[in-house]
Design a binder for this molecule. Sequence first.
Ligand code: PMP
Length: 428
Amino acid sequence: MTTLALAPDAAPGVLAAQQQAYADLKARGLSLDLTRGKPSAEQLDLSDGLLNLPGAGTVASEAGTDVRNYGGLDGLVELRRIFAELLDVPVAQLIAGGNASLTLMHDTLTFATLFGVPGSTRPWGQEEKVKFVCPVPGYDRHFAVCEALGIEMVTVPMTDDGPDPDAVAALVADDPSIKGLWVVPTYANPDGSVVSTEVARRLVSMPTAAPDFRILWDNAYAVHHLTDDEVHSADAIGLAEAAGNPDRVVMYASTSKITFPGSGVSFMASSPANITWYKKHLAFQSIGPDKVNQLRHARFFGDAEGVRSHMRRHREVIAPKFDAVVSILRDRLGEHGVARWTEPKGGYFVSLDVVPGTASRVISLAKEAGIALTPAGATFPYGNDPADENIRLAPTLPPLSEIEVAMDGVATCVLLAAAEAATGSLPA
Ligand code: PMP
């Protein structure tokens, strides 16, 4: 990969021009936010039909149970069937839960810490040390869960096809304290990469020193396409079973960015042994999920095609915002060699790499000019981006007109910081 830097002979001219552009930017008194991957109000409106569902008098599930009452730990089969098709997993191995897949991930690791998982010799919490492999850049909340539970994190680089399988395999082969790996297989947060079937096959079949090694396969963006090239996630659970490691993969998903974050439905799929294990511990926590919400989601979508067509409407709203981000980066930064960015085919983010050592400067310049960006280092465990070069951009929430202004401002900050670095004037 080429090193990002401003050509030394161009630096003084760029510095002067961008200092002026930055002064003009600050004078505008902006207040814009590209921090978190939240749907816009226009996207939320697409699911307003849910607010009238399941409708007065609708209380029976397909199986005839009263959804208003307790019970049904697995979740409603009519909704599980829809998502089993979308996620390419058997219905019997998919459970539908509450409003956040992050809860399911946190609970998986909490149950593992307290009780161990199938294949463990003791609870993870009784091990001297437990470590997880974290591909970087990655999702800050995955890292936060590990940190909260005292799980140490070791990083591996991402590639265009997901986590670097050689780097992962080398780490897990000899170290029994490494109990797991985070993967966002489809349109990863933040780099948009998609795990190829080849990489998936390697990850599910590689030898691991820990007998109870788990891959937390967070398929949060399985159906969140931005182009006609609607990629199909690799069938990690099926591949793991075929490789003789049926319990290795636990998949998560949710409707948070399909319907309403906060009022959606989460899903978890895995081997029969893992699902039985999970439900055994879940049963102490809950008598059953919110089946009224699950029923209204099932009625709202109708079938898997209903979800797909709903996601195409999301795409109509957000694809122009991603196009604006990419075209402004290209126009403003393309010729200078000071940045590299992803052009995602789905998901919620654009990952921007700037001149090493300047990401935190770019973010603080933007902040001073009224443009909020995700904090420096957020895409790395412990908030530590060793090269200080990665910035996560989240363009879904603001209106298009604001994205355009914000991104032009970000480009000014990237260029100014690059010029400061090249002229030795970067503030300490
Ligand atoms: N996983 C990833 C990769 C995400 O980007 C997000 C949302 N930012 C989540 C999980 C959160 O999902 P949920 O709302 O279902 O907890």
